[in-house]
Design a protein around this ligand. Structure first.
Ligand code: GH3
Ligand code: MG
Ligand code: MG
Ligand code: MG
Length: 290
């Protein structure tokens, strides 16, 4: 789950880039950037760097400005930054740390010190990533968990109300899942949940899929008109029905609700999706209801 970490080294001097790279060789993978602008670009690309070694004195945009921009952008704000700079004044270091850098190394640097500090901050970053993984993701399916869903749902709901675009919520429950467990065992049940999770994980920027608990999933469709929302939901019914893990017939029921003016909070939208899900179960399962 956690790949080898990557450090982005940023300096306008090619020889310093080379020296820094040789200091941390073996600790991590490396990328390089020769300017602030290039750094901002690479930092936002997936897979993102785990740490940035940032020069201060560079033409066009200096390292302080680069760091400020990294910290202002939610996409890059969590990447730790270490300044590596010829500026040795107390005020320079103070400024670097005040704008959010985790460390400050002065040139000329000692290779062993660079390696030790990079290693420390990579360890902290790895621990942070593991905590985030536990806090926001479901460990069985790799989907988002209920906690993350509730956070993101609040934000999406606000944006939907402000910008007047539709938001859909789908509440999804595996049909007769208890009998799958009873007939095939709990570990096969777990495997079924993993496969259902994969089938529900829509690769689409406007969709968020979460396992909300047990054999229940919630999907948000953002900025999605009615017809598109129904079509996508029908594809999900089909995708799950065609899984057939261990030749077991698996189906889901879906309750759908669209945001309306009466929804004061996400719970009220979720409640309507839940009522629709209950209807889908009552009407025979393997179907969707509104
Ligand atoms: P319905 O069609 O009405 O939804 O019936 P159902 O059998 O799916 O519903 P019920 O709520 O009776 O059973 C859900 C079962 O899901 C009971 C519980 O033991 C099982 N379950 C919950 N979480 C997990 C899990 O993580 N792994 C496995 N294998 N089973 C789980
Ligand atoms: Mg420079
Ligand atoms: Mg259930
Ligand atoms: Mg069920």
């Amino acid at each position: 789950m956690f790949n080898k970490q990557t450090v982005l080294i940023v300096d306008d001097s090619p020889s310093i880039l080379k020296m820094l790279a040789s200091c941390i060789k073996g600790l991590c993978q490396m990328k390089t950037a020769h300017s602030g602008r290039e750094c901002l670009e690479i930092a936002a690309q997936i897979p993102q760097p785990d740490l940035i070694l940032l020069d201060v004195s560079m033409p066009e945009m200096d390292g302080y400005e680069v760091c400020e921009q990294l910290k202002m952008n939610p996409v890059t704000a969590a990447i730790p930054v270490i300044f590596v700079t010829g500026l040795q004044g107390e005020k320079d270091e103070e400024k670097g740390l005040m704008i959010g850098a985790v460390d400050y190394i002065t040139k000329p640097f000692r290779p062993a010190i660079v390696a030790a500090r990079v290693s420390t901050h990579l360890t902290i970053k790895l621990q942070q990533d593991k905590l985030n993984q536990l806090a926001f993701y479901d460990q069985l399916t790799g989907l988002y968990n209920r906690h993350y869903l509730m956070d993101v749902a609040k934000q999406k709901m606000q944006a939907s109300q402000q910008q007047q675009h539709p938001l859909w919520v789908l509440m999804i429950d595996v049909d007769h899942f208890k009998s799958i467990n009873d007939n095939h065992g709990h570990s096969v049940g777990d495997l079924v949940l993993q496969q259902v999770g994969e089938a529900l994980a829509i690769d689409d920027e406007t969709a968020v899929t979460a396992r909300s608990g047990g054999e229940e999933f919630v999907i948000l469709f953002d900025q999605c008109e009615d017809e598109e929302a129904f079509n996508k939901a029908i594809l999900l019914l089909d995708a799950v029905e065609s899984l057939n893990p261990h030749k077991i017939n698996v189906t889901i029921s879906i309750g759908m609700a669209k945001i309306s003016e009466q929804d004061k909070d996400f719970d009220s939208l979720l409640k309507r999706a839940d009522i629709a899900l209950y209807k889908a179960k009552e009407n025979g399962r393997n179907r969707l209801e509104l």
